[in-house]
Design a protein. Structure first.
Length: 460
């Protein structure tokens, strides 16, 4: 039995782990790296294994940094089966097709830019919409939480609710080879127990070896009530002075959480019903519709409202802006909330809204999620001024708020509690910046801790 690491190793994006057992090769996730433009070279590089030799991909959830390289995997020869929960399959289709369109758009834009030297070839996308559709054909069986799936003789997988986004899972592998059985558990991304929409992550099963994320392995989140109070205060102050509130928003989960909180704020008379809210993200709009089809994954109160046809994500002043022209028209809006992707401001429509609002003193920018090093969101949070947005240097004059209590990731205390349930004798730390990993490792006891490097392999 072997375990090797091919993404999110001493880093927070590009999750991809390879398990070899009983003549079978399984990937746990296959995500895109996200961050600066130099990251494109890492995405285009060699996987560290032969895609054609992969039998199964087990997908923990549909975030881009966990599923975004599936089209490239298919392009390079993968013909195996992808297994995920039904909600993850629905959301992954959205994410993967959107990523392909962005790749194609960027390639077209690069091809029209002046290029130095003779003989330069037109830019090519990392993968195309055709590659994306090809990868989607590999989704076959759907996983149900708690129900084992026999993949091959000696290889069994069980998905456990991770509470991170809709359909997210931790994955237990029961591996048997040469008369020896090993229980290998991948945390995937673990959710924050304070999430207003999703169920709390399920207690994990016992395992011999654990691979655990450490995104917030070095810190605790602000309590949810305090975070909501801060959000309402920042919105009310900004709208009161006639400014716009720009919220870089992850399309999956964060957008829906925020809509729910805004709806609750109006219901409790803490926000004015007349406020105008623009959800400027076609993917987030469709993802919001998917929530209503998976009520068993939601908190009882949210599910109850859906069942009574009282959509808990609806607002009196909510506008969905699907078309690009509608998005451009928001340049003329004043005194509104604008939620747009991407959450780390690495691309998407939010860059345009930041460009038009971050230099205005009456406006605010509210960050409600993790921002990796090298991303525009992280540059703004770290105080860079001016910042480069869409090729221009823009001064930062807007009020800035960073509210980490809304994170969809477990904090240090929750990660430690989750790990404690597993009783694992051996632990691999992934999906975190190195400082966070070191801080988390120092809090673990009675387990052998390792922080794998990219493409490093281990015998189990």
């Amino acid at each position: 039995m072997k375990l090797s690491f091919h993404g999110a190793d001493r880093d927070v994006t590009g999750s991809c782990h390879l398990v070899e057992c009983a003549g079978r090769r399984l990937l746990i996730d296959c995500g895109l790296y996200q961050g600066s433009r130099q990251i494109a070279e890492e995405n285009a590089g060699d996987f560290g294994f032969d895609p054609a030799g992969i039998d199964f991909v087990l997908l923990t959830h549909a975030h881009l940094d966990h599923c975004g390289r599936l089209p490239l995997l298919a392009k390079r020869g993968f013909r195996g089966e992808i297994i995920a929960t039904m909600a993850t399959q629905e959301l992954a289709r959205l994410v993967i097709l959107d990523a392909a369109h962005l790749q194609e758009d960027e390639a077209r834009s690069d091809s029209h830019r002046p290029r130095h030297g003779a003989g330069n070839k037109p830019a090519e996308p990392l993968f195309t919409s055709a590659d994306a559709l090809k990868s989607l054909e590999s989704f076959k069986r759907s996983a149900r939480y708690g129900e084992p799936i026999d993949l091959a003789e000696g290889v069994r997988a069980t998905f456990v609710d991770a509470g991170h986004i809709l359909g997210s899972a931790s994955i237990l592998l029961e591996l048997t080879e040469a008369g020896r059985t090993l229980r290998l558990l991948f945390s995937g991304d673990l959710g924050n127990a304070g999430n207003p929409l999703l169920l709390t992550p399920a207690p994990p099963p016992r395992a011999d070896v654990v691979v655990i994320e450490t995104t917030y392995g070095d810190r605790l989140h602000k309590p949810m009530d305090a975070s909501i109070h801060e959000l309402y205060g920042a919105i009310s102050d900004t709208l009161g002075r006639g400014g716009n509130v720009v919220i870089p928003t992850f399309a999956l989960e964060r957008a829906q959480d925020l809509l729910f909180m805004l709806s609750q704020g109006i219901a409790k008379d803490q926000l004015v019903p007349s406020m105008q809210v623009f959800l400027d993200s076609p993917m987030a709009i469709t993802a919001t519709e998917i929530f209503a089809r998976h009520l068993d994954d939601l908190q009882p109160e949210a599910a109850r409202l859906f069942r009574k046809d009282r959509d808990p994500l609806a607002l009196p002043g909510l506008h969905f802006t699907r078309e690009r022209a509608e998005s451009v028209a928001l340049n003329n809006v004043r005194g509104a909330i604008i939620m747009a992707g991407s959450g780390m401001a690495t691309g998407g429509r939010v860059q345009h809204h930041l460009k038009h609002n971050i230099s205005r003193q009456e406006c605010s920018v509210i960050f409600v999620g993790f921002a990796a090093k090298g991303t525009l969101s992280r540059q703004i949070i770290d105080g860079q001024n001016p910042v480069q947005i869409l090729g221009d240097d823009i001064p930062v004059r807007a009020a800035l708020h960073t509210i980490n209590g809304f994170s969809a990731h477990a904090d240090q205390a929750e990660l430690l509690e989750w790990h404690g349930h597993t009783g694992a004798a051996r632990t691999f730390l992934t999906h975190g910046e190195e400082d966070a990993m070191q801080a988390f490792a120092s809090r673990l006891g009675k387990t052998q801790v390792q922080m794998p490097a990219l493409n490093q392999s281990f015998d189990l």
